[in-house]
Design a protein around this ligand. Structure first.
Ligand SMILES: [Zn+2]
Ligand SMILES: [Zn+2]
Ligand SMILES: [Zn+2]
Ligand SMILES: [Zn+2]
Ligand SMILES: [Zn+2]
Length: 437
């Protein structure tokens, strides 16, 4: 503050204000305090406002001198006590808000309105005075000045976000196949960070996918992946059977973080045979046809006939043997001891038929030395003959066990009796993988 020669600052201000009131403000000031009292009060307030620049005064004087008689009131400034203006976020139970009037000497009163969690109001407030906000949420504060001419300034407006808790959670919506034929597979996870009373700081929201259900915590360094937008859809790859955990760290502009986990599981569905061996179908498609057994047949066995008999040729040759006798009594002359002779025995000799040596005739030759009577015996047959005979074997090549004909009597010829597995799988075969989330 500079002091002008010969005149005190307070006197100058009083003078200025009186001039302003008399010249620029409509003449509606006949109630309440007198002009001097108001001027004095304004001066005191001005004196207290050390931050008012001399230039403000200059502009006020300019306003006074101009043809435009209405002063252009500047809106008050809304300040959050103890907080920078960096992000308009505070984390406190009780927030102090200060209203600072601009071009104060011509301001008759300052007002503020709270629009938000707290009830609307229109409250007059002293310059540089603070009031407190205790509710959480997005709160709009408006402030305006009323000049001595009852003109209202434009609203100053400021949104204050009062954070009392970290981000609530992230909503993780998984979409993708719930059953796949093979792994790996990929599902989509749409991640929406929720913070009712905060602005999400997406650049500090992160995630990591692992196989542990343990909390990763709120240390950002433990998260490997970043988001580019709230509500981003990220890929989660399921490499094999097991549990996969998507850990999401949601962070607000106040730097507070909350972890949200989502479990995605995959497990194998092993093959189970369906259908049945009796009725077939499904896994059982290979028919097993009836196999005839002995009992299925009525059989006729071979009976040998004469034509079955095997024959062979036997060669018959002839021979004879002889034995001498006498002398004995001659039957012709009756003399005794005068007849002598030889008895011959005739044989057939079979070479192979089994009859062997067969005697077939006996003849005698003799003579009598008394009467001269005599008889001669023929010579043995010469040459040979043959005859056919049964060998006792069979030329048919069959036996009585030989089946001449058989008839199926089971009635099951070509009939399917059961079905065998045809799926080519067993209980270790994985049919599919279920992805659950
Ligand atoms: Zn099967
Ligand atoms: Zn049969
Ligand atoms: Zn036979
Ligand atoms: Zn013979
Ligand atoms: Zn005789």
């Amino acid at each position: 503050m500079k002091r002008n020669n010969g005149i005190t600052l307070i006197a100058l201000v009083v003078t200025i204000i009186i001039l302003l009131i008399l010249a620029g403000v409509s003449i509606t000031m006949f109630s309440g305090k007198g002009i001097f009292a108001r001027a004095q009060s304004g001066a005191e307030k001005w004196k207290q406002g050390e931050e008012i620049e001399n230039s403000t005064i200059a502009s006020l004087i300019d306003g006074f001198d101009s043809e435009e008689q209405k002063l252009q009131l500047v809106s008050p400034t809304i300040t959050i006590v103890g907080e920078s203006d960096k992000n308009q976020q505070v984390f406190a139970n009780d927030v102090q808000v200060k209203i600072i009037g601009n071009n104060m000497p011509v301001v008759k009163s300052l007002h503020y309105l709270v629009d938000g969690a707290e009830a609307k109001s229109d409250t007059e407030i002293q310059n540089n005075q603070t009031f407190s906000l205790s509710a959480a949420g997005r709160i709009t504060i408006k402030a305006y000045s009323v000049g001595w001419d009852n003109q209202k300034s434009a609203f100053a407006e400021r949104e204050i976000i009062i954070s009392k808790a970290p981000p609530e959670y992230a909503v993780i919506e998984i979409t993708g196949d719930t059953e796949v034929q093979s792994l790996p597979t990929t599902v989509k996870a749409k991640v929406t960070h929720i913070s009712e009373y905060n602005d999400i700081d997406i650049s500090n929201c992160k995630y990591v996918i692992n196989n542990s259900g343990d909390d990763v915590g709120t240390d950002k360094a433990n998260y490997t992946n970043t988001f580019t937008s709230n509500g981003e859809e990220i890929d989660v790859t399921i490499n094999g059977v097991g549990n996969y955990f998507l850990h999401v760290l949601s962070t607000n502009l106040a730097g507070q973080s909350t972890e949200t986990k989502k479990t995605i599981s995959s497990y194998a569905n092993y093959h189970t045979h369906i259908g049945d061996a009796t009725h077939g179908g499904a896994c059982y498609q290979t028919p097993n046809y009836h196999q005839h057994v002995d009992a299925c047949y009525s059989k006729t066995y071979h009976k040998h006939t004469s034509s079955c008999n095997a024959t062979a040729t036997c060669t018959v040759t002839y021979s004879r043997s002889s034995a001498s006798y006498g002398p004995t009594k001659c039957a012709s002359c009756g003399a005794s001891g005068t007849k002598s002779g030889t008895t011959y025995y005739y044989y057939e000799n079979h070479s192979s038929c089994g009859q062997g040596k067969v005697k077939y005739d006996t003849r005698t030759k003799w003579n009598c030395t008394n009467c001269g009577a005599k008889a001669s015996a023929p010579a043995a047959k010469s040459g040979s003959t043959t005859h056919s005979y049964d060998t006792g074997g069979y030329k048919c090549g069959k036996t009585t066990s030989t089946v001449e004909s058989s008839t199926i009597i089971c009635g099951k010829d070509g009939q399917i009796e059961s079905y065998s597995l045809s799926c080519g799988k067993d209980e270790n075969t994985v049919d599919s993988y279920t992805i659950s989330y």
